[in-house]
Design a protein around this ligand. Structure first.
Ligand SMILES: [Zn+2]
Length: 69
């Protein structure tokens, strides 16, 4: 039987400075910087012309649906 590792490695997002334990997203800016999933969503929304103000509203909605703050 194999043991499953459930320890999450914490990373600090260079974009917003948040400490996160979720799998990182790759920044679209250079394709190699690891950023938090929220910033990944922000960059994706930004690329389709969504304003920062709207981005935060969308993120809040995503967080609510995932049950975190
Ligand atoms: Zn971030």
């Amino acid at each position: 039987m194999k043991e499953r590792c459930t320890i999450f490695r914490l990373s600090v997002c260079p974009r917003c400075g948040r400490t996160y334990g979720e799998p990182p997203a790759l920044s679209r800016v250079d394709g190699q910087t690891r950023i938090c999933p929220d910033c990944g969503t922000r960059e994706a929304l930004d690329s389709i012309g969504v304003k920062p103000e709207e981005q935060e509203k969308i993120l809040a909605t995503i967080h609510r649906s995932m049950g975190r703050f």
